[in-house]
Design a protein around this ligand. Sequence first.
Ligand SMILES: [Zn+2]
Length: 263
Amino acid sequence: MSKTSLLLSLLCFSTFAATANNFYPDNARYAISLSFDDARKSQVDIGLPLLDRYKVKGTFYVMPDQMQEKALQWKAAAINGHEIANHTKNHLCTGNFRWLREKGKGLEQVNLDFIEKDIQLSQQEISALTGKTPEGFAYPCGQTFVGRGEAVQSYVPFIAKSFNYGRTWNDETANDPLYYDPAQIRAFNMDGKTFDQLKALLERAKFENAWIVFAGHEVGQKALYTIDEKALEQLIVYLQEPKNGYWLATVAEVNTFIQKTKR
Ligand SMILES: [Zn+2]
């Protein structure tokens, strides 16, 4: 065998090995990311200290206005290696939320130009507040459209052009590293669940090499929009146990790893 063909066989083998059951760093079989939306205060007061205690990096999708009151803590979190990413300036979702509709900020009421400017403004303000430019985006309410009926347009192409990735919400599947679209990374809702329910969700969601993304809002006592602090701690302990096979990293980190490994 010539040196070149030996090298080629080795390359083929390593490509194959990368799709076998040690796809992720540290021989992990699955990747998981913990993400938190809206820059809620309890994320700073309870969530970040908990993650820091276990040396876990989280991903936080923020609106700059919501960051103002805890601006210094958000900046410190960014410096400390947590991912701070874009969640628009005005959190546009469907105008079936009457409070949004009354402000003229229902997704059915706006066009692509409006949402793009809103996202760009948020990007500038988050960069100014944290000193770091976000590389990721999360669609408010997980919704990816503007307009209504035959005039509906998707703003996914704008996110694909402007960011390394976009994350949706309230999905029903994990991401397959060999197939997923970085502009629409799927995420499960982790709010309001006990640790046992979160663990059952992992068992249901995981497949070979699956990348599971969890998304929550407040951190505190289990409620509709709150991930329970105790459940989150138990989840972290479970995910950090090597025999369970998970690589726990930010959304940006896992996305970059997969994109590089696939090349
Ligand atoms: Zn949100």
